[in-house]
Every structure is written in C-alpha cells, then in structure tokens.
Design a protein around this ligand. Sequence first.
Ligand code: GAR
Length: 208
Amino acid sequence: MKNIVVLVSGGGTNLQALIDAEKSGIIKNGKITCVISSNPNAYALQRASDNNIDTQVIRRKDYDEFVAYDKALTELLKSKKADLVVLAGFMTILGHEVISAFENKIINIHPALIPSFCGEGFYGLHVHEAALKKGVKLSGATAHFVNEVCDGGPIIIQKAVEVKTDDTPETLQKRIMEQAEWKILPEAVSLFCQDKINVINNIAVISD
Ligand code: GAR
C-alpha cells in the first residue's frame, strides 16, 4: 500500500474527490496518510480532519530564503514517508530539492489541456479567463508529473470539456472540475499506486 500525501491551498474539492475515490475503491493500493496546506485557513484542512487524516501547515512566508522552505518541505514529506505527493490546488511553486527528491512521484492537476493555458501565472480562475479570452471551444484538465518546468512534466491523463458561449470563468471552472479534474486525478493516482505508469524519455506510458 502506497502512502499518498496531498498538498493543498484552498477549498480542496480535488482532495475530496481523492478521499471519496479511496473510500469507494477507485484508488487501488494507495492511502491518503497526510494533507499539507500552504494556508492555515484552507477549507481543505477541515475536509482532511473530518476524515481523520493527519494535517500539517507549511507556509512559504515563514522562511526568509526559498531554499530553506524547499528543504523544510522535502524533510516534512520524507518524515511522512510519502510514496506519492499529489498537488491538489497547491498554489506555491516547488523547488529543486523537493522535485529531485520525488522525481516522477509528484502528480499535479492542472485545469486546462496542457500545453495550452499553462506555465507561470496560469492557476485557478486565471486559466479559465485566458481560455475564454482566446475563444477555445474545448478546454479540460491534465494530470501530470511535476518536473522543474512549470506545468511541463510528463502527461498522465487528459480529459476535454466543452466550452459554452455563455460561460464565465466560474462556470467553466465548475464544469471542468466536475467533468474532468475530479475523475482524472483519482484515476492517475490509482495508476501510480499500482505501478502502472512508466516514464520513458519524458513520456508517461500507461500499462494495463
Ligand atoms: C483546481 O481547479 C485546480 O486544478 C487548480 O486550482 C483549483 C483548486 O481547487 N490548480 C491550479 O490552477 C494549479 N496550477 P480545489 O482546492 O477545490 O481542489
């Protein structure tokens, strides 16, 4: 059984999807053992405690230097014996130390079809504002491994979602969460926990 540590910053609907997927058996061979928040007021922490999951808070602003924060987060994840780290709406950039300590062991959910609307500055509602501004007819979500290129790691699963003419960033965000994020993130986590993802030349290859 793999230990899954989930990093959050906000409402935690993706965390909830993971908790529900673990309970219903969609996530095989994995257990959420800890939730770490960058924000002490994140509602995601309540979701974790409601489900008797250990919670921790680590704030970037409590460290003068980014390298000290990076080291502290790496040590916290190691102390929790994380086999898999999931970024579920985690809004703080990860550093070199944590990314290299957990190479191809960190999965992020991004609310667009990478390589569209991704990279620095593309997070949360900003992603959907950019998609509507461009007038794309399809958007969606991507579950991918994290490497040192922002939103540039190997893609595990993507799912497309229709954009409607009267969408606002909020309505598009909600549809993408419901139809894509809350499904593909637990699926990607389950594949990882069953050792069904191999990364070859920066491409994630899924086996049956
Ligand atoms: C989600 O839409 C997630 O894809 C996005 O933030 C939201 C968090 O919601 N993440 C990013 O934009 C990361 N670049 P949640 O806290 O309810 O899961």
